[in-house]
Design a protein around this ligand. Structure first.
Ligand code: TRP
Ligand code: SF4
Length: 330
C-alpha cells in the first residue's frame, strides 16, 4: 500500500553531482517504496533560462536520466517521464495563467534573486516569470500530495498551494495542497568550501573516474592556517574534514585528533578520503556505464513513463475542463 503520491523533477542542464545525490536523489530512491512516484525531466523549465542553447538539450536529458538510474531510481517502481511529452501540462499551465495574479509572480523571492544573480542571460521573458505556474501545473496535474525538493524550491511550493487553493475556491475542489518534503541531510559543501555549484567548478560529478577523483580530492581546500606539515590543523574549518564526517564516519574521531596534533598530514588525510569516496561512487559509476552503452533502454524507459504519466494527466484535465466549464464534447 502506498501512502501518497509524489511528483518531483529536475531541469536537464547537464550531469549531476554528489550534492544532487545526497541532497535529492537518495531521498527519491528511499521514497519509491512508500509512495507512488512521478519523476519529471523538466525540459520546458530548462528552456526558460536556456532558450538559446537548445542543441545540448537532448544529450542533457540522456545524461541526467543515466544519473537517475545509476543511483537507484527504479523504472519498475517509479514513473520517469519528460515534461514536453505530456502536452496536458501546457494546457493546465495556460488555464492557471488566466487566474494567477501577476503580483504573486513578481514578488516571488526566487524570481527576484535569479534576475539579480544570473548574468549573461536575458531573463525578462514571459516564460521565466511564469516558471512557477508551469511548476504548479507539473505537480497538480498528478494531484500529488508530496514534493521532495531542496530548500530553494520552497517559494515555488508555496505558490503551488496558493494556485491550488484559488482553483478549488473559484471552480471546484479537485486539487490537494501539496507539501514539500525536505531531505534531512545537510547540504554537501563544494570542494573549495563554498556552496556546491557547477558554475563554481567545485562539484564532484557522479561519473567521475578514479584518477579524476584522486585529483579532485588532492586539490580540495584544507585548513588555510595549516601551512606546514608540522602546524596543528583545525578540522572544523576544513572542507576535507566535513567530507570525512559524511563518507568516513568510523575514522572521524581519529582524524580530528590527528589533525589537531599534526600527527596526520593533509596529503595522507586526503588519500583516506579518496579511498572512501571512490568506494562510494563505484557502484553507481558502473551502473551508469551500462546505461551509457545501452541508450535504447534509457529512451524506452522514458517513452514508457511518458505513456503512464499522460494517462494520469488526462484524468485530471478532464476534471479541470469540467470544473472550468469548458468541457462541451464527451
Ligand atoms: N524547479 C525545479 C528545479 O529547478 C524543477 C522542477 C520543475 C520541479 N517542475 C517541478 C521540482 C515540479 C519539483 C516539482 O529544481
Ligand atoms: Fe583538513 Fe585533514 Fe589537513 Fe586536517 S589533516 S587540515 S582535516 S585535510
Amino acid at each position: 500500500m502506498k501512502i501518497g503520491r509524489i511528483l518531483s523533477g529536475m531541469r536537464p542542464t547537464g550531469k549531476l553531482h554528489l550534492g544532487h545525490k545526497l541532497g535529492v536523489l537518495d531521498n527519491w530512491v528511499k521514497l519509491q517504496d512508500s509512495y507512488e512516484c512521478f519523476f519529471e525531466i523538466a525540459d520546458w523549465h530548462a528552456l526558460t533560462t536556456h532558450y538559446k542553447e537548445t542543441e545540448s538539450l537532448k544529450d542533457n536529458i540522456f545524461q541526467m536520466v543515466c544519473d537517475w538510474l545509476s543511483v537507484g531510481i527504479n523504472p519498475n517502481k517509479s514513473i520517469i517521464f519528460r515534461q514536453s511529452d505530456v502536452l496536458e501540462h501546457s494546457e493546465l499551465f495556460i488555464l492557471f495563467s488566466m487566474f494567477v495574479p501577476l503580483p504573486w509572480l513578481e514578488r516571488n523571492p526566487t524570481y527576484k534573486e535569479q534576475l539579480r544573480e544570473i548574468e549573461g542571460r536575458d531573463l525578462f521573458t514571459y516564460g521565466f516569470l511564469g516558471y512557477p505556474v508551469l511548476q504548479a501545473a507539473d505537480i497538480l496535474i498528478y494531484r500529488a500530495d508530496t514534493v521532495p525538493v531542496g530548500e530553494d524550491q520552497l517559494p515555488h511550493l508555496e505558490l503551488t498551494r496558493e494556485i491550488a487553493r484559488r482553483f478549488n475556491y473559484l471552480y471546484k475542489p479537485i486539487f490537494p495542497e501539496p507539501q514539500a518534503k525536505l531531505s534531512d541531510v545537510p547540504a554537501l559543501i563544494g570542494t573549495d568550501g563554498r556552496r556546491m555549484h557547477k558554475s563554481y567548478g567545485n562539484t564532484i560529478p557522479l561519473d567521475t573516474e578514479e584518477e579524476d577523483l584522486k585529483n579532485i580530492v588532492k586539490n580540495m581546500v584544507t585548513d588555510p592556517a595549516r601551512v606546514r606539515r608540522s602546524d596543528p590543523g583545525h578540522p572544523e574549518v576544513c572542507p576535507v574534514f566535513s567530507y570525512h564526517k559524511i563518507f568516513n564516519i568510523k575514522e572521524v574521531d581519529y582524524i580530528s585528533n590527528a589533525c589537531k596534533t599534526a600527527e596526520i598530514g593533509c596529503v595522507e588525510c586526503k588519500m583516506k578520503l579518496f579511498v572512501k569516496l571512490n568506494e562510494f561512487l563505484t557502484p553507481s559509476r558502473e551502473k551508469r556505464k551500462y546505461y551509457m552503452e545501452h541508450p535504447k533502454e534509457v529512451w524506452d524507459i522514458i517513452y514508457e513513463g511518458n505513456r503512464k504519466a499522460r494517462e494520469e494527466a488526462q484524468k485530471t484535465m478532464d476534471l479541470v475542463r469540467e470544473a472550468m466549464g469548458i468541457k462541451i464534447w464527451k
